[in-house]
Design a protein around this ligand. Structure first.
Ligand code: KIV
Length: 272
């Protein structure tokens, strides 16, 4: 079995994560959407599990993250939380659940916390969502920010390409990061931005910065199905594949089909 590092068995809190940044210990984060996967991810020593709105892509086959509803993400988060003992569980706030008004945002964040048992929520955007972030933080709910490529804005961006390559967008991202820290965010995700900009964000804020496609940061996040190689067609440059589940599953299921059709399964020891 591959070596893995479980730092300790104590529940991870925002305090643990702050301390990890201070001590320059890297934070490992992955998504999960279901009980069985979350249980394995947690047992392997992951510090943060994100119930990402990428569930819309990975679980439901949607082409963007926009369609997932509050009820649907709550169902995924409830399933994940049941499987987790140690990791800090963050639930994404779906598109439309925090952009309408700060009051609506805090109501929906409270609903997520009450109904799922998650440890915090994640919202995409900078100064545009600052009021919502402040209200949610004031309600006692840990908030993770998300800057750079924010997939809920794909219709504005037009592509999933690298963000903030131009000076003006990079400067806005840096000032958004500072504003989100000042508003009380406990951590930030930066997605698909130049590695040099990620370094500037890491240096500019005291809260942990978690990268995806942004080079070295205080920690890294990947979509669990992508790093396990479940989707053979998805191969962005930033993705490291740790398994080839697509072929493992294809072979295993193909063998099962064969065994059923030849009458090999079930055999005498597999029946009552
Ligand atoms: O929904 C998601 O999976 C995410 C990660 C890519 C950070 O937001």
């Amino acid at each position: 079995m591959a070596a893995y590092l479980v730092e300790d068995t104590k529940k991870v809190t925002t305090g643990t994560l702050r301390e990890m940044k201070r001590q320059q210990r890297k934070i490992a984060m992955l998504t999960s959407y279901d009980y069985t996967t979350a249980k394995i991810v947690d047992a392997a020593g992951i510090d943060i599990i994100l119930v990402g709105d990428s569930a819309a892509n990975v679980m439901a086959g949607c082409s963007t993250t926009l369609p997932i509803t509050l009820d649907q993400i709550i169902y995924h988060a409830q399933s994940v939380v049941r499987g987790v003992k140690r990791a800090f569980v963050v639930c994404d706030m779906p598109f439309g659940s925090y952009q309408i008004s700060a009051e609506d945002a805090v109501r929906n964040a409270v609903r997520i916390m009450k109904e799922t048992g998650s440890d915090g929520v994640k919202l995409e955007g900078g100064v545009e969502i600052l009021e919502a972030v402040k209200r949610i933080v004031n309600a006692g709910i840990p908030v993770m920010g998300h800057l750079g490529l924010t997939p809920q804005s794909i219709n504005q961006f037009g592509t999933y390409g690298v963000r903030a390559k131009e000076e003006a967008e990079a400067a806005k991202l840096l000032s958004d990061a500072r504003a989100l820290e000042a508003a009380g965010c406990f951590a930030l995700v930066v997605e698909k931005i130049p590695a040099t900009l990620t370094q500037q964000v890491v240096a500019a804020v005291r809260i942990p910065v978690i990268g995806i496609g942004g080079g070295a940061a205080d920690g890294q996040v990947l979509v669990v199905d992508d790093m396990l190689g479940k989707n053979a067609d998805f191969k962005p440059k930033f993705l490291r594949r740790y398994a080839d589940l697509h072929n493992i599953m294809l072979d295993a299921i193909g063998q099962y089909v064969c065994d059923v059709k030849t009458g090999d399964f079930p055999n005498a020891s597999e029946q009552y």
